[in-house]
Ligand binder design. Sequence first.
Ligand SMILES: *Cc1c(COP(=O)(O)O)cnc(C)c1O
Length: 396
Amino acid sequence: MATDDLSAAPRALATEAVHAGREDLAGLGLHAPPLDLSTTYPSYDSREEAARIDAFAATGALDDGPPVYARLSNPTVARFETALAKLEGTESAVSFASGMAALTAVLLVRASLGLRHVVAVRPLYGCSDHLLNAGLLGTEVTWVDPAGIADAIRPDTGLVLVESPANPNLRELDLRAIAHSCGSVPLLADNTFATPVLQRPVESGARLVLHSATKYLGGHGDVMGGIVACDEEFARKLRQVRFTTGGVLHPFAGYLLLRGLATLPVRMRAASASAADLAARLAADPRVSAVHYPRIGGAMVAFETVGDPHEVIASVRLITPAVSLGSVDTLIQHPASISHRIVDAGDRRSSGVSDRLLRMSVGLEDIEDLWADLDRALSGSRAPEERAGRRTDAVS
Ligand SMILES: *Cc1c(COP(=O)(O)O)cnc(C)c1O
């Protein structure tokens, strides 16, 4: 949905996080946003319905009339889109069933115009890398360093794709310089790791901002979604692709994501403070050979172990050894085994993703409890009951 109150005084992000997408609630006599699970909507005027469908097919614009069908639009999902657009500082945002569905829609929009070539900078999230590298959507990719972007652009280049800080090693890029190198080719910045709390890529010249909403926007590890924040012109194309390919966000997911946005600024700030502290402790630790922590901050820490990283994964007890990130609880995983397994080992290593790298998503637990768990796990020492063998009782 387009944001319309451009005349209103700008409000701080923390205020928008709580109020955006909810502007009409008081007028409706409501406090919490309603959850609309309808798949279809009654209409007694099929002539008017025909005209509205024609208008959408021609332009991808959504009017203010009642919804028609849930694959076209949903009021609860629209609230989340309005709010995220506000936080990212874009006209519009279009949501999808997952981050990968969102990236797929962007690639299809460009490919439908014959612009099948993509320029991308590694590392990217493993599945994004694979989607491009395998050419599953009929696209072709050229991998470059940021300095090589301008030279790699061809007449059929439809997109430049970057992540900063990047998954999994938190490599940071100069988005402003990259946007400049892109010329008229749209730059898509995956902002999943930074969130609009730390960075708003459109202010640096990105045309498209992608989120795996599954991560920080949801924030509780219980909802999957994706969203692209952009100008209304691109959003119309994305809505048309979404309508015909069907990768829609479920309304309940939209409800949870809107709810998640309200606490995004406080969650990000609290988790970032702990992550910065843990990064400093790891940097001073002889069992750790390298620590990656972004200049802009954030709740992700990546580090390389001197010893076997698999032992750390096997030894954590408070921290959950699991893929994904951005939840209220702390997760750790080994990218070479899990999140980036699907990327060719040579490509992984040459883009700075070492086999000894661990990626940790810091949550909201007490910092000393987190450090105690990490400290013990780095020594490869299992909890006492583990060494004794947990199942002894059951078999005896
Ligand atoms: C997880 C992730 C994705 C993919 O999102 P899904 O919601 O899992 O489909 C894309 N980009 C980044 C940076 C991610 O971390």
